[in-house]
Design a protein around this ligand. Structure first.
Ligand code: BF8
Length: 642
């Protein structure tokens, strides 16, 4: 059986899985141990068929691959390809939303509508469109076309780069990384890293940086904006999280993946009278939707749909025996799910033209027939309720409440600017020393760690030290399960200064801002903090830091890169696979800071990692000559003096 995960609910379900001979991610992870040292250090090259080649990190064996590539070239190329993979995923997500907007504007996707017309118009103007005399559909059509053009743009600069402070834009131009279009930078990261192409490691990493910038200031930012326009800009909302949200007497349907184009329609379709009636006819009291992974964050923030679990809990959700259907689209969906589902009645339905899974039923989703397809899928789920084997049902009792739905816009109001929306209250709280600074804690959960414990430990340490935390993705889920995402948690866990702010405004000390593409909300919030003034003229001057304590996906690498090159320190719980090259490690963890203002750091202990961030925030406060902290705390490298 898998080793204990540090999370009692997971352990309880893992025991049931073991009794039934069901292999889970923890078992397969252990089978892989010890992990290949060459791969871990980034010095295994599989790019061409001269190899695979590997460099001896101890300097005794081969120091060059068959083509002559050394550890610097190999690890830089691997990292650039990972970054391109992550950027491609997020950017394709944004592209699909642009296509949905376009099809809706053309009248072909009638089940969608504009939910945030103010944002639609604002974004259209930002993209240089004239909106005078045009109705919303026309604007949507033109904006969809305009954004899709930006994907294929060959020269110039991305439109949304202009949101960044001037200094960041100048740095990117000066270092030749300002992205021209979205697709070109991803393609070029791949072409430059082909055998015998770009070999000088810093130059190879330039391709990685460009690809990451098209993610942060392109594809992901577009995905966030268009999701708000099409599905509604989130508002703070109270909801529930953890596998305890599954219900004994209702049809449990899990929405898993990333793109809200299908999941949002499923939420509407599930309220349809005919579907509800069908549920009752099949013996259920109703339909209980809940989410896994970032799709969960999308429907949680907009509809209050509970979040069943994070990435690591997707198999365990099926092991509860109470799930009638899991509907998946793209990203972070384990190929193992059909094997787990064989032991239960759960139907697995894949829906994206981009992703099929051996052993899953595929019902392809198309925007033109959104509602029809959503209802078809729901009927399958509902009719499966009668097949539930009660003797196999083990729904854990544990669930937690959370408040989610914070955005760059509504934070204006939540931080006390009700009459004059403004970041002033936040900046003033930082200037006066009530809040020390802001930390973005984001990313996946990983069996290398203890099921989300690293996130919670790190975040508790940060808020204890008056650092306001913003979160996305599975990290937000992990901290919600630890009870950190309620206003009440400020009383229990926050330092005195942060607690005062949270009490006054009624917000949690940890703000959930959505899915992984919504990390761009953190970028835009940083831009607003700079604009408001008093805490720096560029992102790299802000007392802000980022972390992904349990990262695992390529998307996390792309996200980390765009934060680093936008000026922030990013601390990872496990290192990027570059340690086999001293030069690449030194470059990305040190030498890059004077160029871009940010850098990478690797620290496995979440408390020490929190203190790296606090020390960084303090360094920025000092440079800005801000007032001492109101409730003085001095941070040394490894210890806080209260
Ligand atoms: O995009 S945090 S495990 S679900 S990659 Fe995946 Fe990581 Fe979760 Fe969402 Ni993000």
């Amino acid at each position: 059986m898998a080793k204990p995960t540090g999370n009692p609910i997971n352990d309880q379900l893992l025991e049931i899985a073991a009794q039934n001979n069901i292999s889970t991610i923890w078992d397969r992870f252990m089978e892989q141990e010890p992990h290949c040292g060459f791969g871990t250090l980034g010095v295994c090259c599989k790019i061409c068929n001269l190899g695979p080649c590997r460099i001896d990190p101890f300097g005794e064996g081969a120091q060059k691959g068959a083509c002559g590539a050394d550890a610097d070239t190999i690890s830089a190329r691997n990292l650039a390809r990972n970054t391109a993979g992550g950027a491609a995923c997020h950017s394709d997500h944004g592209r699909d939303l642009a296509r949905t907007l376009l099809e809706m504007g053309r009248g072909h996707a009638k089940d969608y509508s504009i939910k945030d017309p103010v944002k639609l118009k604002k974004l259209a103007i930002e993209f240089g469109l004239s909106i005078t005399g045009k109705n919303e559909l026309k604007i949507a059509e033109e904006l969809g076309e305009r954004i899709l053009k930006e994907y294929g743009q060959q020269e110039g600069e991305l439109t949304l780069i202009k949101r960044a402070p001037k200094k960041q834009q100048e740095i990117w131009r000066k270092t030749n990384v300002s992205p021209r279009g979205i697709d070109i930078e991803v393609v070029q990261a791949m072409s430059r890293t082909h055998i015998g192409c770009d070999n000088e490691y810093k130059h190879v990493l330039e391709a990685a940086i460009r690809a990451s910038l098209v993610d942060g200031w392109g594809g992901s930012m577009i995905a966030t904006e268009l999701s708000d326009i099409l599905f509604g800009s989130p508002e703070p909302i109270r909801a529930e999280i953890n596998l305890g949200v599954l219900k004994e007497d209702e049809v449990n349907i899990l929405l898993h993946g990333h793109e809200p184009v299908l999941s949002d329609i499923i939420v509407t379709a599930s309220q349809d009278k005919e579907i509800q009636e069908l549920a009752r006819k099949n013996g259920a009291k109703g339909i209980n939707l809940s989410g896994i992974c970032c799709t969960a964050a999308e429907v949680l923030m907009r509809h209050g749909v509970p979040m069943a679990g994070n990435f690591l809990q997707q198999e365990l959700a099926i092991v509860t025996g109470a799930v009638e259907a899991m509907i998946v689209d793209i990203q972070c969906i384990m190929p193992s799910l059909p094997e787990v589902a064989k032991h239960y009645h759960t139907k697995l339905i894949s829906t994206s033209p981009k992703a099929k899974f051996a052993g899953m039923e595929h019902i392809e989703f198309h925007e033109e027939k959104a509602m029809e397809i959503a209802k078809k899928i729901l009927r399958i789920a509902v009719e499966n309720y009668k097949n539930r084997n009660r003797s196999k049902v083990n729904i854990p009792k544990e669930k937690m409440t959370l408040v989610a739905g914070f955005t760059m816009e509504n934070i204006f109001y939540n931080l006390g600017g009700s009459f004059r929306p403004s970041y002033r209250p936040l900046n003033d709280a930082i200037i006066s020393g009530r809040i020390r600074g802001v930390a973005g804690v984001v990313g996946c959960d990983n069996p290398k760690n203890e099921s989300g414990m690293c996130h919670a430990d790190m975040v508790r340490e940060l808020i204890k030290n008056d650092v306001l935390v913003v979160q996305t993705g599975c990290s937000g889920g992990a901290c919600a399960k630890a009870g950190l995402l309620t206003p009440e948690s400020a009383f229990k866990f926050a330092g005195e200064g942060l607690r005062e702010i949270c009490e006054t405004v009624g917000i949690p000390p940890v703000l959930h801002t959505g899915s992984c593409v919504d990390n761009t909300r953190i970028l835009t919030a940083c831009c607003e903090m700079v604009k408001e003034g008093g805490i720096g003229n560029s992102i790299d001057e802000l007392p802000v830091a980022g972390a992904a304590p349990e990262w695992m996906s390529e998307k996390a690498i792309a996200i980390g890169w765009y934060f680093v090159t936008s000026g922030l320190l990013v601390v990872l719980g496990t290192p990027l696979r570059v340690l086999g090259s001293k030069n690449v490690t030194k470059y990305i963890c040190n030498e890059i800071e004077p160029i871009y203002g940010g850098k990478w750091a690797f620290e496995g202990d979440p408390i020490k990692a929190a203190h790296l961030m606090i020390a960084h925030i303090d360094k920025k406060r000092e440079a800005l000559k801000l007032k001492p902290l109101m409730y003085a705390k001095i941070c040394s490298d490894d210890k806080l003096i209260p």
